[in-house]
Design a protein around this ligand. Structure first.
Ligand code: ADP
Ligand code: MG
Length: 251
């Protein structure tokens, strides 16, 4: 089983953003993608998720050997690929618990997506407590009036409840204080224990102090410019990205 991205070239609004990205992820593995602002990290995750408007001009995405480059995002999600957004948007009119319940029922082939499941409700309340979310947020419209930290926690709650095989986490710790970062790292660890492969996009190595990646990939200008072990993240923390972006770096 693998999530494989090969030689991916992607354009958004007619502009080429990714110029040949190759990487692969197995269940249980943790891969960190680091890179400066605007290097294409979110674009890569959106493309893997199948977001409309992200057009693959060359290369492919394979899930367990099967080409999913043109598969609709809903189907990718049902097959176990899920994304935690960098900036989760409000979904007025849909309560958080309702959203998760519908996705949960869909995954079980149930026709009545709205049917509450007592086991799930209990699990959601437990997860909310673990993540430091007030229980009442479960019964509020998704992300509507949520604080930055609550949105990030809510994303992790949705993923843990729905048990993806591949979790794409887009800067899951951005804007959080130290305790928030630890909570999110613990949630990511939970996903890993459930057997998920994690693709953690991060700007800083901060969260990687609490959840050690197996590999680190550096993305600059839509290209993979470096790869290594966890020590690479710590070097970037000390030196920044100048080595890759500075004059004469040849990138
Ligand atoms: N919808 C869009 N239309 C045009 N350009 C975009 C769009 N979305 C992102 N970009 C551009 O693509 C580049 C990569 O963006 P992004 O993937 O968000 O980077 P990162 O997540 O690494 O900060 C940036 O230069 C950004 O301006
Ligand atoms: Mg981004």
């Amino acid at each position: 089983m693998t999530l494989e991205v090969r030689d991916l070239h992607v354009a958004v609004s007619g502009r080429r953003i990714l110029h040949g990205v190759t990487l692969s992820l197995r269940p249980g593995e943790t891969l960190a993608i680091m890179g400066p602002n605007g290097s294409g990290k979110s674009t890569l995750l959106y493309t893997v998720m199948g977001r409309p408007g992200y057009s693959v001009e060359k290369g492919f995405i394979k899930l367990d050997g099967e080409d999913i480059t043109s598969t609709p995002p809903e189907e990718r999600s049902l097959r176990g690929v899920m994304l935690a957004f960098q900036d989760p948007v409000p979904v007025p009119g849909v309560k958080l618990a309702t959203l998760v319940t519908a996705a949960w029922n869909k995954r079980r082939g149930s026709r009545d997506l709205a049917r509450p499941d007592p086991r799930l409700s209990m699990e959601l309340r437990r997860l909310a407590r673990e993540l430091g979310l007030r229980e009442e947020l479960l019964y509020r419209d998704v992300n509507l009036g949520f604080s930055g930290g609550e949105k990030k926690r809510s994303e992790m709650l949705q993923l843990i409840a729905l048990k993806p095989r591949y979790a794409l986490l887009d800067e899951p710790d951005s804007g959080l204080d130290v305790d928030g970062v630890k909570t999110i790292a613990a949630a990511a660890e939970r996903l890993r224990e459930q057997g998920a492969g994690l693709l953690i996009v991060t700007h800083y190595a901060r969260i990687l102090r609490f959840i050690e990646p197996d590999r680190v990939v550096v993305l600059v200008g839509g290209r993979v410019v470096d790869e290594g072990g966890p020590e690479l993240a710590h070097r970037i923390d000390r030196e920044g990205y100048r080595r890759y972006t500075g004059p004469g770096s040849g990138s």
